[in-house]
Design a protein around this ligand. Structure first.
Ligand SMILES: [Zn+2]
Ligand SMILES: [Zn+2]
Length: 330
């Protein structure tokens, strides 16, 4: 604790500089939906327009940015408690912000503020909002509507959403989309901020697929919330340096050590451990039991990432993606 306070004192210029930016990002995440909603409520044309493009806001949308901040802070605390402050991400954020960690903070603020979603909306020429709205309103299968037991519902949601995640993640590793997914893999510091380190196009695809599976299942609101919270914590902690070396756990979920294999630069680790539940990787033959720590994590063309030119870097990803997609190269 003494060291933590000493680090804060020593790096107070970062804390004082970062705090207003983080507060602004949170204010945007919470404030923008509220502002748009009140505008839609007051001006019928705006309301109708928002509804038509699928952004009729529910105030519950505010839970998302607040939830992301809460989950991240608690996960950082859990990691610090497990590893000790000296080896924690909190300490690296405070005292040793490598270019990779700075990029992580950028993507975290981008997501919390809602700018990631806004960029996804813009680069898809509005079809992103339209599709999510359409899925939520029209895909009305609700296969779980007669299942009363919330525990059974939760198990069904966990199985289905983890399968959706597995398939989508595999798709991101194909030649067609790897250039976009590289943003996540270009992290050179393994830490609980990484679930948010995704290109807006990656985010767009994951959001659409998640919305589709949720609409097909139609689980109760409490069950959906419970899954979102559990998955939020899982995604943060699986990117921590914690070990979770219990064998029984390794056979249930992809542990932090197993996901570090997924981030490894060693060829024998490529395209392994995509999932949340070990079952899917085992079933599709992509499971790789972690043995020791990977020598290095990251991507081959590291010069293209962590350049501190955050928006330019994000745009260049799209240019390389389109160029390579046409040339048929990964
Ligand atoms: Zn991946
Ligand atoms: Zn990851």
């Amino acid at each position: 604790m003494g060291q933590f306070l000493a680090d804060i004192r020593e790096h107070r210029s970062f804390v004082l500089g970062f705090a207003p930016i983080a507060a602004l990002a949170l204010a945007m995440g919470v404030g923008a939906p509220l502002a748009i909603q009140s505008l839609g409520d007051r001006i019928p044309v705006v309301g109708a327009l928002l509804h038509a493009i699928g952004i009729a806001f529910d105030p519950k949308i505010l839970y998302l940015p607040l939830g992301m901040v809460f989950v991240t802070l608690v996960s950082l605390g859990i990691e610090a408690a497990g590893l000790g402050y000296r080896d924690s991400t909190v300490r690296r954020i405070l005292t040793n912000r490598s270019p990779s960690v700075r990029t992580d903070l950028f993507y975290f603020l981008l997501r919390v503020s809602g700018l990631t979603a806004l960029i996804a909306f813009l680069v898809s020429f509005g079809t992103f909002g339209l599709l999510v709205g359409w899925i939520e309103q029209r895909v009305d299968l609700r296969v779980l509507q007669h299942v009363e037991n919330p525990a059974v519902q939760f198990a069904a949601v966990a199985l289905a959403q983890s399968l959706a995640f597995y398939l989508f993640h595999r798709l991101m590793h194909t030649k067609l989309l790897w250039e976009v997914h590289k943003v996540h893999h270009s992290a050179e510091d393994y830490n609980p901020l990484l679930p948010y380190r995704n290109h807006p196009i990656d985010f767009l695809g994951a959001t659409l697929l998640g919305a589709l599976f949720a609409a097909v299942l139609g689980a109760g609101a409490e069950v959906v919330t419970a899954w979102s919270v559990a998955n939020g914590f899982y995604q943060s902690l699986v990117h921590s340096r914690l070990q979770w070396k219990w064998k029984w756990l390794e056979s249930v979920v992809i542990t932090p050590a197993a996901h570090r294999v997924h981030h490894s630069t060693a060829p024998e680790h490529f395209n392994r451990n995509y999932g949340i539940l070990t079952f899917w990787d085992w079933l599709f033959g992509t499971y790789y039991a972690p043995r020791g720590e990977p020598a290095e994590i990251g991507v081959a063309d590291r010069a293209n990432f962590n350049t501190d030119r955050y928006f330019a870097e994000m745009g260049l990803v799209v240019l390389r993606w389109l160029g390579r997609a046409r040339a048929g190269r990964g």
